[in-house]
Design a protein around this ligand. Structure first.
Ligand SMILES: Nc1ncnc2c1ncn2[C@@H]1O[C@H](COP(=O)(O)OP(=O)(O)O)[C@@H](O)[C@H]1O
Ligand SMILES: [Mg+2]
Length: 389
């Protein structure tokens, strides 16, 4: 179903994206490492899931959002190791891999194999300290061996990979270097929403000494254009067996600006309400989306060094009609707060670009064009400024 709000897994549920799916498949076949990037909710996870949903591959997904915490500048090593083991465990169960990998991991942890297979969190958590960087690499080597023995390709997916930068005490360049050098049946896919930060993470891997010269292929997932968005909504509503008048479609296109995640959420919610005889009101549905962004943005802004300044920068862009140059923004910021120097505004604008809350085109900075992201961001800023004044 097109309007299923979870990330898609099956080709039939994914609208379009033929080109991206082909590119990913081809790269995996050639063992070229990949980074799939694009803004939040554009469909990165879905495109990757669908592309690698193939019996020729053994897939291990490390979903770094599971350790994501906006309040933390750094994550302890143990959070990553725990996620790592859990992800490997899921793959072992899914593909019934067992054998050497399980033996290796339970040996390192000093627990019995059954406890690992059943993923006994209490026992495992107590032993995480025993797991060293080399052991992470060894697990991947074992999985690579198993894959090549089975004539399969091992695909490692690091979803929202920018979070790796925040893990303390693990030498990722050397971890990935080891995979690159020794795991000949393996390929790695990184995805990331905060484009600027993902780029920094990758550059770190590509240029840090042991990884020098290795190139990771980038694939950008773009928003839907207007024609695609319309077709997506019509096909989706058709699948749901729901008639929607043109005015509603037109409104949705205007408000959601081709963000697949919002179109999907809107379609799902609208259909549900119609089917259950409830009032299907686009304003109400949009308000839910705005609320989601508002929380995300508030979490992010509150944990920066100067929440008021970040908020003032965002409000200034809003007051300027949604976009402005550094000069214009600085002027407006200084009418809201006192004495914020231009270099500081510059720094904040670029940080907001890095985490994909705003965009930069030429010398202009832009708030998102879709309403949930724009309004959510602005409301979060107002919340924060009203709290301090
Ligand atoms: N091409 C697509 N066809 C159908 N649904 C999509 C498509 N792209 C994204 N979606 C939907 O949009 C939402 C966000 O997708 P997701 O893959 O989680 O995005 P991302 O990983 O970029 O944040 C999910 O509900 C997903 O089902
Ligand atoms: Mg995702």
């Amino acid at each position: 179903m097109l309007f299923d709000v979870r990330p898609k897994e099956d080709r039939k549920d994914l609208y379009d994206r033929d080109k991206e799916v082909e590119e990913i498949k081809e790269s995996v076949e050639r063992k070229v490492w990949l980074a799939v990037y694009g803004v939040r909710r554009v469909g990165k996870t879905s495109v990757v899931n669908v592309a690698i949903n193939d019996p020729k591959y053994i897939v291990v997904k490390f979903n770094l959002i599971r350790i994501y915490d906006p309040k933390k500048k750094k994550y302890p090593k143990s959070s990553f190791i725990s996620l790592f083991l859990e992800s490997v465990n899921e793959a072992i169960k899914k593909y019934t891999l067992g054998g050497r990998v399980v033996r290796f991991i339970s040996n390192v942890l000093g627990i019995d194999e059954k406890s690992f297979i059943e993923f006994n969190v209490v026992k495992i958590r107590a032993k995480l300290k025993r797991f060293r960087d080399e052991d992470l690499s060894s697990v991947i080597r074992e999985l690579d061996l198993l894959s090549s023995d089975n004539k399969k390709t091992l695909v490692l997916v690091f979803d929202e990979a920018q979070e790796l930068l925040k893990v303390n005490g693990i030498n990722f360049p050397s971890f990935f270097h080891d995979i690159y050098d020794y795991c000949k049946s393996t390929t790695v896919i990184f995805t990331g929403s905060t484009v600027g930060i993902l780029e920094k993470t990758l550059k770190g891997l590509e240029y840090e000494k042991p990884f020098f010269g290795r190139y990771i292929r980038r694939i950008k997932v773009e928003k839907f254009n207007e024609e695609m968005s319309k077709d997506f909504l019509l096909k989706g509503f058709d699948e749901e067996g729901i008639k929607v008048n043109e005015e509603v479609i037109r409104e949705a296109l205007k408000r959601f600006d081709g963000i697949p995640g919002w179109l999907t959420f809107f379609g799902a919610e609208y259909s549900f309400r119609v089917k259950h005889g409830e009032k299907a009101d686009i304003d109400e549905i949009e308000a839910m989306a705005i609320e989601e962004v508002r929380k995300e943005a508030k979490d992010f802004i509150s944990n920066t060094q100067s929440p008021e300044r970040y908020s003032a920068v965002i409000l200034s862009l809003d007051r300027l009609g949604g976009h402005g140059s550094l000069r214009d923004v600085t002027k407006v910021v200084n009418s809201i707060l006192n004495e914020v120097p231009e270099p500081r505004v510059y720094e904040i604008l670029n940080r907001l670009v890095d985490v994909s809350f705003i965009e930069k085109e030429g010398d202009e900075y832009y708030l998102p064009k879709d309403e949930p992201d724009r309004k959510g961001l602005v409301l979060a800023s107002k919340d924060i400024l009203s709290k301090v004044s």
